[in-house]
Design a protein around this ligand. Structure first.
Ligand code: FES
Ligand SMILES: [Fe+2]
Length: 414
């Protein structure tokens, strides 16, 4: 039998009041049901993932006309494709005839700019127009013809090589530029001309927001041996500030890290444009994109939430186009050994958040704190509070008490 929420256990007086809201402002703690409640998860899908711009891939993954990539957003199967004219397009990966999945490989190349449904062989151009329905005479009586049929399209736009889609317009649709605001400004030079050299995908047993959170608070850097060695050992490191942008995005100010303490040779030769050999910049794009630019390699992490307790994490390693073979080999080694998903920090983060979720489920720990105030420096929880302010605005829920949704939703919407 499931435990009641909140649990009715008497206080001892000396313990942390774990079954009551903490004695801090409501902006400074969370109702942990935001991570576990299926109704909250459904609301996030409808109001955040369908109605906001969602990162799906990098332009370099669609290098030539006809190249496509399948992606699922909020349980909607989509594909993105470069059409015959070289334009990026996005469509539902669903045949308009009887709903079969059109493309079944994760990525590929359309042959002759045609895409043919395996079921009854309706075929479509790379711009989504139906071009042939087999045995068309059977449709004459109902005046159905290929020229009147097309795939359901989805908005698509890109900035600095990052490709985003938006499934629905929602109440206040924004252009991609309005959505991003200044979030990518600090990265404009380093990420302007990159290509993906590594793609990694892993399923995490935790709520998607726990992974986002670990990327927008510096307090947990104590977890990482790497950070204790190269960053926290530097006197000025913790003074590094978070810049909070409108829309729930954040940038962690550029900092110099003692990468020299690791076996990372020759960073001078391959330093990313606009960066120095020891530089690190982090940008979090609401709701689920985390970009780490480190000296010679960029890593972009993004999420596909599957259920309250299941999340797919996608990691991409990126490097400048036009690398020499030796430069690329060196970057790949640095990515593999230290900065990429098989380096040290990512497995530690995943391990940490996978221990959090069961601890929060079914009222075991009803509330958690996001209460640190450190003048927006590394260990401030202000990026978490900024994330949840945006989350509340979009979902109409209150992160400190999901039962307050009714009235609070109306207040937030004003
Ligand atoms: S379902 Fe695709 S052609 Fe019939
Ligand atoms: Fe971390």
């Amino acid at each position: 039998m499931e435990e009641a929420f909140p649990p009715t256990v008497p206080d001892t007086g000396s313990e942390w009041p774990w079954n009551r809201p903490p004695p801090v402002p409501s902006t400074h703690y969370l109702d942990n049901r935001i991570y576990t409640d299926p109704a909250v998860f459904a609301r996030e899908r409808e109001h955040i993932f369908k109605q906001q711009w969602k990162f799906v891939c990098h332009e370099s993954e669609l290098p030539q006309p006809g190249a496509y990539r399948c992606v699922d957003v909020a349980d909607v199967p989509l594909f993105v494709v470069r059409d015959e004219a070289g334009e990026l397009r996005a469509f539902f990966n669903i045949c308009p005839h009887r709903g079969a999945r059109l493309l079944r490989e994760v990525r590929g190349q359309l042959q002759g700019h045609r895409l043919t449904c395996f079921y009854h062989h309706w075929s479509f151009s790379s711009s989504g127009q139906a071009v042939a329905l087999p045995l068309p005479q059977g449709y004459q009586a109902q005046a159905i013809a290929a020229k009147d049929i097309g795939l359901r399209s989805v908005r698509i736009a890109s900035r600095l090589g990052l490709v985003f889609v938006r499934i629905e317009d929602g109440a206040r649709p924004t252009s991609l530029d309005e959505f991003l605001g200044p979030a990518l400004d600090q990265l404009a030079e380093p990420i302007a001309d990159l290509e993906v050299f590594h793609y990694h995908r892993v399923e995490i047993k935790a709520n998607w927001k726990l992974f986002v959170e670990t990327n927008c608070e510096g307090y947990h850097e104590l977890l990482h041996l790497l950070n204790r060695t190269t960053a926290l050992s530097q006197r000025e490191y913790l003074k590094r500030k978070w810049l909070l942008h409108p829309g729930g995005h954040h940038t962690f100010q550029p900092a110099n890290i003692a990468y020299g303490k690791l076996n990372l040779q020759d960073r001078n030769d391959g330093t990313l444009p606009g960066m120095s050999p020891n530089m690190h910049i982090v940008t979090d794009v609401f709701p689920d994109v985390m970009i780490n630019a480190r000296s010679t390699v960029v890593r972009i992490d993004s999420l596909i939430p599957l259920a309250p307790d299941r999340t797919v994490l996608e990691c991409r390693g990126l490097a400048p186009r036009g690398d020499s073979e030796a430069q690329r080999r060196l970057r790949i080694r640095q990515h593999n050994e230290v900065w990429g998903p098989m380096g040290r920090n990512l497995p530690e983060d995943i391990w940490a958040i996978e221990t959090q979720w069961p601890g929060m489920a079914r009222g075991k720990l009803p509330f958690s704190l996001i209460a640190r105030e450190d003048d927006d420096q590394a260990t401030d929880d202000s990026p978490l509070r900024s994330f949840y302010a945006r989350w509340e605005k979009l979902t109409g829920l209150r992160a400190f008490d999901i039962d307050a949704a009714g009235l609070a939703a109306q207040e937030v919407a004003k």
